[in-house]
Design a protein around this ligand. Structure first.
Ligand code: ASP
Length: 354
């Protein structure tokens, strides 16, 4: 008998139609009535963590989810977290850092249409998630949605209405679930740690002590939410930069293409960075392009800033993951720039292969 705990957090899957639009209205008790037919070999319990549209998700909610898993970790064989789809990629990324080296599956799922609707993807997503969470070969934080299993650090919501809402970015899907059968494409052995020599210019030896193999699950339930994501637009006014640097501990710049900073922003950026040490205000570069990551070394506009500033580059990490990783890293005070840099480039939960 496999024991699965479903933790509900709201989202469309648990929504009902109101005169003002869909609102999370189905309680965890009511959700039980909609559970798919599952054989007697799986025992399910349901517990509500909170009940929100995931647009309202904050770092406090992520802490509440991680603590709920931590409290019950020894009692269950797997966890299914029902969640709104809009911020699920962020939640999956952050939970991948808050719950590391898990030997049990922590599956996030949701739906594009409420479970109470006649035509809905909620029941199949829930059924697939329960099956996947009950399979003894599953482990770690993943999203199960529309028949795909995606690493928690690699998901992006790519469709706002249709069922296939999520894509796996810069990493193949881990598995597919088809008519109740799990077809696995990747296992833990498929991921080897990258050769540190290939990233010599960016990091020293990655800090493998932060993630020793087989040392059991580790929970960290502190986050620093002061990470800003700045999406560049052509001709952006540089006058907003000082305020952003004043308010936030890290700024992730979502640049164009392979990556770079427009000349019109560079002077103000330099003035801001000169006011602080690199560990006080962390600068990270990522790209607006969905696939294939940033490559700052390609163009002069990228190389120039990589040479001039002490910065981090997300490369093949998704921007959701870059933001989440910094929230997790910067929860610890008193770190040197070298420590921050080493932790950022240390692969965790398949977040980077470069
Ligand atoms: N607004 C909803 C949410 O993220 C959308 C969904 O669940 O699909 O909570």
């Amino acid at each position: 008998m496999r024991k699965i705990l479903i933790l509900t957090t709201g989202g469309t899957i648990a929504s009902v139609q109101s005169p003002d639009g869909l609102v999370p209205g189905i309680t965890s008790d009511q959700l039980r009535a909609y559970l798919p037919q599952i054989g007697p070999e799986i025992a399910i319990e349901i517990c509500s963590v909170f009940h929100i549209d995931s647009t309202d998700m904050t770092a406090d909610h992520w802490v509440a989810i991680a603590e709920a898993v931590q409290r019950s970790y020894d009692e269950y064989d797997g966890f299914v977290i029902t969640h709104g789809t809009d911020t699920m990629a962020y939640s999956a990324a952050i939970l991948s850092y808050m719950i590391q080296n898990a030997d049990k599956p922590i599956v996030l799922t949701g739906a594009q249409r409420p479970i109470g609707f006649e035509i809905t993807d909620a029941k199949s997503n829930l059924q697939d998630s329960i099956l996947y969470a009950a399979d003894p070969r599953s482990r770690g934080v993943q999203i199960v949605f529309a028949g795909k299993v995606i690493a928690g650090t690699r998901a992006r919501k790519v469709r706002s209405m249709s069922y296939a809402a999520f894509a796996s970015i810069n990493l193949p899907e881990i598995a597919e679930i088809n008519n109740g059968r799990i077809i696995r494409y990747l296992t833990d052995e498929d991921f080897c740690n990258p050769d540190p020599a290939r990233r010599q210019d960016q990091a020293q030896e990655p800090d493998r002590s932060a993630n020793p193999p087989d040392s059991g699950v580790r929970f960290s339930t502190r986050l620093n939410p002061n990470v800003f994501l700045l999406k560049l637009t052509p001709g952006m006014d540089p006058r907003l930069l000082p305020e952003i640097f004043r308010l936030y501990d890290a700024v992730v710049i979502e640049s164009f293409g392979a990556g770079g900073i427009p000349q019109s922003l560079e002077q103000t950026l330099s003035e801001e960075l000169n006011k602080y040490s690199p560990e006080e205000k962390v600068l990270a570069m990522t790209t607006q392009v969905t696939y294939e990551g940033s490559h700052l070394e390609t163009y002069e506009v990228g190389r120039r800033i990589a040479d001039r500033f002490q910065l981090l580059e997300a490369r093949d990490m998704t921007l959701e993951t870059a933001v989440a990783k910094l929230m997790w890293i910067l929860a610890d005070a008193e770190q040197t720039w070298e420590q921050i840099r080493s932790r950022f480039y240390t692969p965790i939960a398949k977040d980077t292969l470069l």
